[in-house]
Design a protein around this ligand. Structure first.
Ligand SMILES: [Zn+2]
Length: 519
């Protein structure tokens, strides 16, 4: 079954969309008011629905719940539990879904950014080595993912996915909102910045997914709602229309619960509501690729990835982070110590720019230099026991010198201890996130995290961004997590969602994940 009988036509005109809304409403009333849809197979013990409110900040979402605007989410918090957890770096849709669907950091999962350079040529088929998941190449995310790890869909018996950038393990009609006509409609809505269009898409997906969950009773349904993020980019996260998008998420939860109650399976329904990244205002856009070209480098960057030269590739995500790949002719990744004699000048130039907050220079798979504009540099290192170390060199870029000067930190800190001591800082979970991305084979040689109010892309965005994400800042890293079944452990990171989902689905949790189950 396609997304909707005539979604392509409906996407082309607002009037047609309105007709469609009415039709969906009629369909919903027929189906739901005159009896509840029932699964045709024997239903699973538990139906778990993971709902990604893409781009929702915890402070904004919880404030809206407190105000009474989101009653279903507030009820979920009252009967279950609510948490603020850390997402991953880069905090951007696509890569930041790997924690939910594979339990891995994005670099380890094989997709280190929404744009990246395939230096080793291990993934790219066809000409060029630049990858961008903005546009048709979004379909390549499933192919680029690590084959060693199974997705949540591959663990499920009857999975369902909707509007998910990662869908490996879904077949045919199990993947809602992935057809060509829906893709064209999405592109059309994206490129003309159609705010009502995004809200309509969210509402339609919401109704459609609730209906499919009720009729098919999957063991796992994973569903992303894009409206909060899309509207935040365009209007700012505090816009009243962003609250409308949150209300649609609230309505999805209410609808699922209502259908489960009517169908007599409310006790078997589990819901997690989570986000993949936050948002913060952006006032100025640095044309990072243009800047490097101005400094005399031969640069490749989207959309002109077949032009330029072999000095550097600038691959921006979010748009508040960037991988900068150097010396593109090399097929083996060069680490910073070998690059330093030739590229320290570039680093110093970058650190003069107000747009640059942090520059990360991977030294090997487990250590990385961190340079901050005007705050000096430090070395981050993970030892063989998995403990983290932070050594100030010319300054204290992450503000952790005092923590690591204490005798208790002499032998390093565990990942959970790092999380605890950094959670209230400007860079929550910084050391774990930095090593996870810096050490990934597909990452760049200089990784930049943007300063507040800045991003790294000044051209080629169809809609000017007023709000951005992608960086290592707390506004981008912290996300909400709401659980219908209260956690018995401590949820810390979005990587914990995957093993916890398997626990609820009563599946074995594989070893070697980046997260820990909280049930
Ligand atoms: Zn976004």
């Amino acid at each position: 079954m396609g997304f909707l009988p005539d979604d392509g036509a409906a996407g082309a005109a607002g009037a047609a969309d309105d007709v469609l809304d009415v039709r969906l409403g009629a369909m919903a009333d027929e189906v739901y008011l005159e009896g509840c849809p029932r699964a045709t197979h024997s239903p699973p013990d538990v139906t778990l629905v993971i709902l990604v409110a893409d781009g929702a900040r915890p402070d904004a979402l919880f404030a809206a719940m407190d105000s009474g605007a989101l009653p279903a989410l507030a009820a979920l918090r009252a009967t279950g539990s609510a948490h603020t957890v850390t997402s991953v770096f880069p905090s951007v849709t696509g890569p930041a879904y790997t924690p939910f669907l594979l339990g891995l950091h994005p670099g380890r999962a094989g997709i280190p950014g929404i744009r990246w350079w395939d230096r080793a040529g291990t993934a790219r088929r066809g000409p060029g080595r630049a990858r961008s998941y903005v546009g048709w190449e979004a379909l390549r995310q499933d192919v680029d993912l690590s084959a060693e790890h199974r997705t949540l869909f591959e663990h499920g018996e009857r999975p369902l996915g909707a509007f998910t950038p990662i869908g490996r393990g879904l077949v045919g009609a199990q993947r809602i909102g992935a057809g060509l006509s829906f893709g064209l409609r999405m592109g059309w809505t994206h490129f003309r910045g159609d705010v009502p269009g995004w809200l309509r898409i969210d509402r339609e997906l919401s109704e459609r997914v609730a209906h499919r969950v009720a009729t098919e009773r999957p063991d796992i349904a994973f569903f992303a709602q894009p409206g909060i993020d899309k509207l935040s980019h365009q209007l700012g996260h505090g816009s009243p229309l962003v609250l409308d998008a949150m209300r649609i998420v609230d309505g999805t939860v209410a609808r699922l619960q209502e259908l489960a109650r009517r169908g007599g399976w409310a006790d078997e329904l589990r819901i997690m509501v989570v986000s993949d990244h936050g948002h913060s205002p952006v006032q100025s856009h640095e044309d990072l690729a243009g800047l490097l070209a101005q400094w005399g480098l031969r640069v490749r960057a989207h959309p002109w990835v077949f032009l330029g030269g072999g000095d550097a590739a600038v691959m921006v995500s979010g748009n508040a982070m960037a991988h900068v790949y150097l010396e593109l002719a090399a097929r083996e990744r060069p680490w910073w110590p070998a690059l330093a004699p030739r590229w320290t000048g570039l680093l110093e130039q970058l650190l003069t720019r107000p747009s640059v907050d942090l520059a990360l220079l991977p030294r090997d798979g487990a250590s990385c230099e961190v340079h901050a504009r005007q705050r000096g540099s430090a070395l981050v290192h993970r030892d063989d026991q998995g403990r983290y170390h932070y050594t100030p060199r010319t300054g204290d870029p992450l503000g952790l010198a005092a923590v690591f000067a204490a005798p208790t930190a002499a032998r390093g800190l565990s990942a959970d201890e790092v999380h605890a001591v950094t959670f209230d800082s400007d860079y929550p979970d910084s050391l774990v996130q930095i090593i996870a991305l810096a050490g990934a084979p597909r990452s760049g040689e200089i990784i930049l995290s943007a300063a507040r109010d800045w991003d790294f892309r000044a051209k080629y965005e169809p809609i000017p961004h007023r709000s951005a994400h992608g960086a290592l800042h707390r506004e981008h890293l912290l996300v909400p997590l709401l659980l219908s079944q209260a956690a018995t452990g401590v949820p810390r990171r979005t990587t914990d969602v995957f093993p916890s989902a398997l626990q609820l689905m009563r599946r074995r949790v594989p070893g070697g994940l980046d997260g820990t189950g909280f049930y």
